[in-house]
Write a protein that binds this ligand. Structure first.
Ligand code: HEM
Length: 347
């Protein structure tokens, strides 16, 4: 439907949900104008209309905080602490190694059991879940606990996805009966000693958090950090099987940097692998795990230039970005459906 509306009205148009304007942006130039050049105006998040409100209305989470000091604090905390490769500690490097071991062992076991054939979905999910739960809780959890958390998050994700549809089109999206929301509490059983995970670093920079706030942060972190990387990882592996030439080039680059060294690639070594980075960017363009960004909201009336015309986005409007449409735009990418690592290597 959105593509039909784009063909009729262009890359930006507004729909109304009740009296609330919901703007759709479907091209890269408009996304850049708004999110990069006018970021302060577009950085806010809308309140949920109805659908997700029972999940987290008054709880703190990064993606539903209004633009302001707490918004900045939460992002800075995540970006400069937990996911900052330069802040890697001995324990976080160790947990990465453990996650890699889990992945390799699981792939090997499956290959041996199936005459060399591997469908790596579960191995990837398990290993990424292990890594992210360790970063989240600050401890490496037993693998069966990781599996339980992964399953709860999977159930939660399907509910949230349905409810985002409800937020967008509450009159037409069917409500699901009997949705269950299970809560996660920090498991007490651990196999490693604790270090500073997401909850640890968060508590150092905010007012005292309630237990519900902490559950909300952990749930958001796991939600954001497990499924997108797993989907990206699966697509990259599938593409490397399809494109043996790209696989060969990657192997060459990795060998040239690693030399005779065996084992995990270090963060510093990654800096000398531009082709690897380009292939990851290209795979994210071609197979973006998220069709939409999380909805944004404008805090004042704003005009943006679309096709040489000024387009008004009124104060309070919700703005949705269709990233798949940006990534596959034939007026920007020469062969939008192909995977061409060199495109990003040149940029
Ligand atoms: C392939 C990997 C990933 C992809 C493609 C991805 C994609 C996205 C996208 C599209 C958004 C919405 C941005 C917006 O609306 O402006 C987002 C937000 C977010 N992601 Fe990721 N993500 C990935 C990995 C991660 C990881 C590893 C973490 C945590 C360690 C994470 C945590 C978050 C958080 C907390 C948010 C909300 C931030 C905000 O509201 O500004 N993501 N991600």
């Amino acid at each position: 439907m959105l593509h039909r509306l784009r063909a009729k009205y262009g890359p930006i148009f507004t729909l109304y949900v009740g009296s609330r304007p919901v703007v759709f942006i479907m091209d890269g130039d408009l996304a850049h104008q708004s999110l990069m050049e006018r970021s302060e105006i577009f950085a806010d998040r809308p309140r949920p209309i109805l659908a997700t409100s029972d999940l987290n209305t008054n709880l703190l989470s990064i993606n539903n905080t209004s633009y302001g000091s707490v918004w900045r604090l939460l992002r800075r905390n995540l970006a400069s602490g937990v996911v900052n490769p330069c802040k890697a500690t001995k324990s976080s490097t160790q947990v990465q190694r453990m996650a890699l071991d889990i992945l390799l062992k699981s792939l090997k076991k499956e290959a041996e059991a199936n005459g060399g054939v591997v469908v790596p979905v579960h191995s990837i999910q398990h290993s990424v879940s292990f890594l992210m739960t360790a970063l989240c809780f600050g401890v490496a959890l037993d693998e069966d606990v990781v599996d339980k958390i992964k399953n709860v998050q999977m159930g939660l994700l399907s509910i949230v996805d349905n409810r985002y549809a409800l937020n967008l089109l509450p009159k037409v999206a069917p409500a699901r009966e009997g949705d269950q929301i299970e809560s996660i509490s920090t498991p007490s059983q651990t196999s490693q000693s604790p270090w500073d995970g997401v909850t640890g670093t968060t508590t150092t920079v905010l007012r005292e958090l309630s237990e519900e706030d902490i559950v909300s942060f952990c749930s958001e972190f796991l939600d954001g950090s497990i499924w997108a990387p797993c989907a990206a990882f699966e697509w990259i592996m599938a593409r490397l099987v399809m494109h043996q030439d790209i696989q060969e080039k990657l192997k060459k680059e990795i060998r040239s940097v690693m030399g005779d060294k065996k084992g995990q690639v270090d963060v510093e070594e990654l800096q000398s692998m531009p082709y690897l980075k380009a292939v990851i960017f290209e795979a994210l363009r071609r197979h973006n795990p998220a069709h939409f960004l999380i909805p944004h909201r404008v805090k004042e009336d704003v005009m943006i230039m679309a096709d040489h015309h000024e387009y008004l986005i009124p104060k309070g409007a919700v703005v949705n970005y269709l990233v798949t449409s940006v990534g596959l735009d034939a007026s920007v990418w020469e062969e939008p459906l192909e995977l061409v690592g060199e495109v990003h290597a040149r940029r």
